[in-house]
Write a protein of this length. Structure first.
Length: 244
């Protein structure tokens, strides 16, 4: 991936993480941390829990230590120690780690990413309601290393721990973008391209339209020949083949 493209994007995104929870839940509990309207996330630092995302027709997902959940659209969700989710949501308080790890408890780091750039929403608009990165992913990857460091800091909080957790979380997001979103070629590269973005977004939002090269080039304020050349270079397909 082109380092210049990624650096340029992140230098203008002005993304900052805000960690609002680092503790362990004991007994029966359920939480839903949605509502901030930003990308939100959870990291399971120890124990086990279950996830259910509103509007997603799938089985309840079991989460274990080292698993990371990202909600690109701040989806309403529920995380609980019970697979049947019978506990009242957000009614339980968590414990800190002053007394050490509590047996059968579940540790969570929860936060969200504040950003001041509209391109973030455009890049994440077509992502699923939730993205789960399992602790079983490539343990030699930078992402896995960052999650391990975050867990270590979470379970052994010291002076400045919140600041460190937030900076590690920002690195985790950057690593996720680098590993899972191609900004060099393809759809996300086109969405990240200021000249192609208007036409790509229009195609995705209204695929039933009878798009023509002339109309799409006009949306991007380019000549048809220049638009065709740039489109094929960035997306990897001719314009009308992509539309089809």
């Amino acid at each position: 991936m082109s380092e210049d493209v990624l650096n340029k994007l992140f230098s203008t995104f002005k993304v900052s993480a805000e960690v609002f929870h680092n503790g362990q839940y004991c007994g029966n509990w359920s939480i839903d941390t949605s509502g901030a309207s930003y990308l939100s996330f959870h990291v399971v630092t120890h124990g086990r829990c279950y996830l259910m995302v509103e509007g997603v027709k799938s089985e309840i997902i079991e989460l274990n230590q080292g698993d990371l959940v990202l909600f690109p659209h701040d989806a309403k969700h529920c995380i609980s120690n019970e697979p049947n989710f019978t506990s009242e949501v957000n009614s339980s308080k968590s414990n800190n780690y002053e007394g050490g790890l509590v047996k059968n408890a579940t540790g969570l780091v929860c936060g969200y990413f504040v950003h001041q750039h509209p391109m973030i929403k455009q890049l994440t608009e077509y992502l699923p309601p939730s993205i789960i990165i399992s602790h079983n992913c490539d343990e030699s990857s930078n992402l896995s290393t960052l999650v391990k460091l975050l867990i270590e800091e979470s379970l052994n909080p010291n002076r400045g721990s919140t600041f460190i957790l937030e900076k590690l979380s920002e690195c985790v997001l950057a690593s996720l973008f680098r590993e899972f979103l191609s900004l060099e070629k393809g759809l996300f590269a086109a969405l990240a391209n200021e000249r192609l973005n208007p036409s790509i977004a229009a195609i995705i939002k209204q695929p039933e339209n009878k798009w023509t090269l002339a109309v799409l080039a006009e949306l991007s304020h380019m000549s048809r020949s220049s638009y065709s050349e740039l489109f094929k270079k960035v997306v990897g397909l001719p314009v009308m083949e992509y539309v089809t």
